[in-house]
Design a binder for this molecule. Structure first.
Ligand code: SF4
Length: 218
């Protein structure tokens, strides 16, 4: 089974609790105004890998222990069969190795739409953060990009881990963004506040660094 991936990273500590494997799927048909991840929108067959390869990366990368897997995008539910295969593989790994990691997934689709179209996939998640990003609504709660987005624990494990965090504010988190360098590419993970990326560009410019091909503008 092929899956189209924008990137995968470990450790991610700003999209869910603890130290996490982060997987970003490529391709999003929703197109929220103000999306800061526009590099994930276009379907790109050049970014295909097999689900087996991705699961092997997870197993090799997290040997020192981890708390969870965060699946984001792009829009994960735009690849429902690949997402099902990935979730199936994660469940097998968790059960076979007696691990206790949680699986959190983001989606720009409303929860009601996902419940109608992808109920079986929701049964394989511990927690879901649905609803489109709305730029006009503030970033308020931890792990959510705009105040309309909800955090829904879906499993017993999900309730144990996420229910205590439902009202936690973004300002209470240690950090909201991680920044990494890969050759001449600098990329970030997380949920910037309104104006954060413009401020970052401004600071870089004042130091003689021009950011090109940024993901927060088309
Ligand atoms: S915020 Fe998410 S769902 Fe919305 S356009 Fe960006 S990647 Fe797609």
């Amino acid at each position: 089974m092929k899956i189209s991936i924008n990137k995968a990273h470990f450790p991610v500590s700003v999209l869910g609790p603890g130290k996490r494997l982060g997987i970003w799927l490529q391709g999003c048909s929703i197109g929220c105004k103000g999306c800061v991840s526009q590099d994930t929108w276009a379907p790109d067959a050049g970014r295909d890998m097999t689900v087996a390869q991705l699961l092997a990366w997870c197993r090799q990368t997290a040997t020192g222990g981890f708390d969870g897997v965060t699946i984001s995008g792009g829009e994960p539910f735009d690849q429902p069969q690949a997402l099902a295969a990935l979730l199936d593989g994660l469940h097998h790994w968790r059960e076979a190795c007696k691990l206790d990691f949680d699986i959190l997934c983001y989606s720009g689709y409303p929860a009601a739409t996902l419940q109608t179209k992808h109920a079986k996939l929701l049964l394989m998640l511990d927690a879901l953060i649905p609803e489109p990003y709305i730029d006009a609504k503030p970033l308020t709660h931890v792990w959510r990009g705009s105040s309309n987005q909800t955090l829904l624990p879906l499993s017993l494990r999900g309730h144990r881990i996420y229910t205590p965090c439902l009202d936690m504010l973004s300002a209470q988190a240690d950090k909201r963004i991680q920044i990494m360098q890969d050759g001449d590419r600098v990329w970030y993970v997380g949920l910037p506040g309104r104006g954060d990326m413009a401020a970052l560009e401004s600071v870089c410019k004042s130091r003689g660094i021009e950011l090109t091909d940024v993901s927060w503008r088309s």
